[in-house]
Design a protein around this ligand. Structure first.
Ligand SMILES: Nc1nc2c(ncn2[C@@H]2O[C@H](COP(=O)(O)OP(=O)(O)OP(=O)(O)O)[C@@H](O)[C@H]2O)c(=O)[nH]1
Length: 469
């Protein structure tokens, strides 16, 4: 028997897997078109080809998958959501958006899509692909009951922004469209066939937990080698020998069938997805207990959080909406007070720190007078150092997000001097003096938050820019 005739089956193609990774904050590094590796060729002596390597793509916490085309993704492992805060349970904050909202923000399927062809030469392997990923980044509007509604249609927000034409090259052709910078600095592609309506299955999966994995396209089965196909192969051969009356074209057809039955595997699946990053809030107020975060949230928005003059009044985040004159709006979460050792779960630290993971911008709220006049607190620059450390101990890079500082209680005696010292000690970031109870400094703070939320500024609080004693 010659070597070709004893080949084993082709290996199975790899899967395309999305993995939830807290160190990833947005979709900027995602390719729009992905393939997993094909399986290996079957080898001589009936050896099965190796399985194709999976394509594992890291996506941020809060990634919601909407399915335009293809099979519903499946989780690689089941995560139990039992006992989780409603904030953290996938789907509880979600209400399906109205279809019309989405139709205009995503693009229709690429008509040139084709499945990757199956390999030749006795062995087979299959490559599958995610055809395109439409990347949409939005913040969901949530109420304090945990109910969430969709933000307004993006198309309204797209007008008058810079467009950049692009051509995306894929193995099955070119796709022409536009990258559109939205007001919040995120990008969207809008295809030529955008007006065409399409059926999207919303919210088929949501990645909220570190390490969660979901298969969005499955590898195909390897083609059968000629050893497994011996029977069919022989039958065909016999047909050619027995029917001497076959015409030349009949024989050619039978030869083709031989060839294709030896080389074809099962095609893998392909999917067209829209990924959405669902932050719980645009802005998270982060500070020590009693810094005035809840008071500030009430002053800056219409939220009515509980305010008390004792630490840990806030036990779960409150949400508020900042509305601007031009109908722009920003969601703000008042995260319960973070104390030193929070990363070791002191003062319910883990639960509180976890909420920070799903906010885009941080507003560090410090109490200017915490250490004045014999009070037991610590100076604001030390509050800031401790906050950054707690965030970083909880999760590497957690503090590495657009941020500003709110210097609260500026109305108190001696607060002005501390504020001046704070400006000397903390560099590279905007500091807003505020009196939350009297709502002073609020308009300036709102303007500063907007700059960060829509991406026009991106300053961060860095430990090496804080001067300590
Ligand atoms: N003088 C003064 N007091 C303030 C100001 N803002 C808040 N306070 C007071 O500070 C205390 C704590 O305020 P909260 O808003 O509950 O503080 P918090 O940071 O939400 O506290 P936690 O819930 O423990 O995280 C309350 O007594 C407020 O009245 C301010 O601008 N000036």
């Amino acid at each position: 028997m010659d070597e070709t005739k004893s080949r084993g089956n082709g290996g199975r193609g790899g899967d395309i897997i999305l993995e939830c990774c807290p160190a990833v904050w947005d979709f900027r590094n995602l390719q729009h078109h992905m393939n997993a590796k094909r399986g290996g060729h079957g080898a001589s002596k009936n050896q099965i080809g190796s399985r194709g390597v999976d394509k594992v793509v890291q996506v941020p916490v809060g990634t919601v998958i909407h399915l335009v085309e293809g099979e519903v993704p499946s989780f690689v492992e089941n995560i139990s959501f039992k006992g989780l805060d409603p904030w953290d349970i996938p789907g509880t904050l979600e209400v399906s958006p109205s279809e019309s909202d989405y139709m205009t923000t995503t693009f229709s399927p690429n008509s040139t899509n084709e499945r990757e062809t199956i390999d030749v030469d006795g062995s087979s392997s299959v490559v599958r692909k995610v055809e395109r990923l439409a990347l949409v980044q939005k913040t969901m509007r949530s109420s304090s009951t945990g109910l969430c509604t969709q933000s307004p249609c993006f198309s309204k927000e797209l007008s008058g922004v810079d467009n950049e034409e692009f051509v995306s090259h894929s193995e099955d052709g070119e796709y022409e469209g536009k990258i559109i910078e939205t007001h919040d600095g995120t990008s969207e592609e809008v295809g030529e066939e955008m007006e065409e309506e399409e059926k999207i299955k919303y919210n088929v999966a949501e990645l909220t937990e570190l390490g969660q994995k979901v298969i969005v396209a499955r590898g195909g089965g390897g083609g059968q080698g000629n050893v497994s196909l011996g029977k069919a192969y022989k039958t065909n051969k016999r047909a050619k020998n027995v029917h001497h009356t076959n015409t030349a074209s009949d024989i050619e057809r039978l030869d083709d069938e031989d060839e294709s039955s030896l080389s074809s595997g099962f095609p893998g699946s392909k999917s067209l997805l829209v990924l959405e990053l669902k932050s719980i809030a645009d802005v998270g107020f982060v500070g020590m207990p009693n810094a005035g975060k809840s008071t500030l949230l009430g002053a800056i928005s219409k939220a009515k959080p509980t305010v008390g003059d004792y630490a840990f009044t806030t036990l779960r985040p409150s949400l508020g909406n900042l509305n601007y004159d031009d109908f722009f709006s920003v969601t703000v979460a008042d995260i319960p007070g973070i104390i030193k050792g929070a990363h070791e779960n002191r003062g319910l630290g883990h639960a509180f720190l976890r909420h920070i993971e799903r906010t885009k911008v941080l507003a560090y709220v410090v109490d200017l007078v915490a250490a004045l006049d014999g009070r037991k607190g610590i100076p604001p620059w030390e509050q800031l150092r401790d906050l950054v450390l707690e965030l970083e101990f909880h999760q590497d890079g957690l503090s590495d997000r657009p941020s500003l500082i709110v210097a609260n209680k500026i109305d108190e005696n001696g607060a002005e001097d501390v504020y001046e010292e704070l400006k000397r000690r903390v560099q590279g970031i905007s500091i807003f003096p505020v009196c939350a109870v009297l709502e002073e400094g609020v308009p300036e703070l709102k303007a500063g938050l907007r700059l960060l939320v829509d991406g026009r500024e991106s300053q961060r609080l860095k430990l090496d820019r804080i001067i300590l004693d």
